[in-house]
Design a protein around this ligand. Sequence first.
Ligand SMILES: [Zn+2]
Length: 582
Amino acid sequence: MMRPEIGSGRRETITNICRKKMVRVFLVAFSLLTISTSTTVFAKTTIYTNGSIITMGTHNSVVEAMVVRQGKILGVGNSDALSRRYGRGASVVDLEGKTIVPGFIDAHSHFPASGAFIQGHLADLNSLPIGDVQNIEQILEKLRAQAERKKPGQWLLGMGYDDTLLPENRHPTKEELDQVSTEHPIWIYHISGHLGVANSLGLAMAGIDKDTPNPGGGVIDHDPVTGELTGLLEENAKVFMDGVVQKTDIWTAYQIAIAASKQYLAAGVTTAQSGHHDTLKTMAMMLMGNLNLLPLRLVVWTNSDVGDKRAEGRFNNFFTRIFRKSWVSLGAVKLVADGSIQGFTGHLTEPYASDFHGDSEWRGYPTLPRDELVEQVSKYHKAGLQVAIHGNGDAAIDDIIYAYRIAQKNHYREDARPLIVHSQMAREDQLDAMAELNMMPTFFGLHTYYWGDRHRDTFIGPERAERISPARSAQERGIRFSLHSDTPIVPMNPLLMVWNAVNRITSSGKVLGEKQTISVMAALRAVTIDAAWQVFEAKSRGSLEKGKLADFVVLSENPLENPKTIDRIQVMETYIGGVRRF
Ligand SMILES: [Zn+2]
């Protein structure tokens, strides 16, 4: 996502090189010891009857029965007809009226980061309704508990605190974190993931002191009166910390991935798409997929380090070549054009609704200057790669559209499917441009639920808040779009995403932007077939049709029946390739 521009230093580089070498040796050794494990074949035929099977096929048909064999769908339709045709020797599952939908396709998250909460690697610092933190003191307590388990010198890490939900209405400070420990470096992420706070030792280890200049596209925060560091680092100023959080041994990484897989499968997700992975993480995920160690399918969006290698044909596809049927595949190259609205780093054309640092004209800022964005988008587009560009504020979306227009003008591609990730503040004229250029927005729709009240009252004001994540406007233009949750930013829950897109109710129970609500079927498409389409996988998954993968979810109720209570529907079972995984 962002270039390390501060203080990582020579020691860090050497450690990285050793680490990479070790991992490479490990990967080769492990792969040589393992026989090629292509997808397990299940010869038995199973007929699911007497249900409501929402196929999400071309005509959005709802049928009674489905036949599965060898991990694929043989047919869907009428119970009697399918039983007559395939019944001999088949096992029959009576759904007793339960509903089946295609396995949910996560359109954008940061798999497997949410597993780190379970593993205790990261303290969960979320306030209600996600977590239980009520004030800054409780944040410090959670970090103290971690300090008791970790040796001096080891990092204490947390994620998810939300300054605007804390009664103190501010970020914790480095002095407060110093009260937890001066012997452990500390780093805690803001809920946006775009900023966070370090203690004094953490800042020193990142090579930051009060004279360190701001990196491009980032801010090192200072107290306006004393000029001292507050500990708060924004956007490109926290790149060093991203590396710290992601650094773990391979066994812990495996445990985190398994923990995250369990969460996703319990939510009905059968294909995850992972935010942005550097070379090491990409290789680790590919290896896990190739060895059949991952219990769900995964599309990895790579960082520009892998992107550059892919563009130049230098990325090591060794594992892909020897294990051809892996559940892990490579997707887009991820770029980041701005920050987050709730962190005041999203880049807007009109000022935020509240003053920021006393500035009533504050509009956020780009994390990549426009000319650099143009250069990077053109490079990957020309190389035939898909780009997925994070853009929240409308000024950032202007930059993204501008960059893609140039790339497409110079290197025209018929069906490149560039993604604008979040597209939160997309204006009507920008949706026109997306339709014209065949760009696809993926919306973080749950913003209306988790932050909707504060978008209206604090960040952007009622008019713009009612238009965030404008799914209806996109639909009216015939633009395909998907919905995502950016997990671990908020928990993985596709049914809550569907409920939210249909009702747009905030966590305090108020409707925000009724004009942008969509139908249940349209919302279901955005977490199944259209989310598969966005990564060129709609031929294999995303709907329940003959010949497609038997990835599906059994639900306690039919979401088409009562749009108001979709959030209460339970995922009963999750199947991948016809095999129950949850
Ligand atoms: Zn993200």
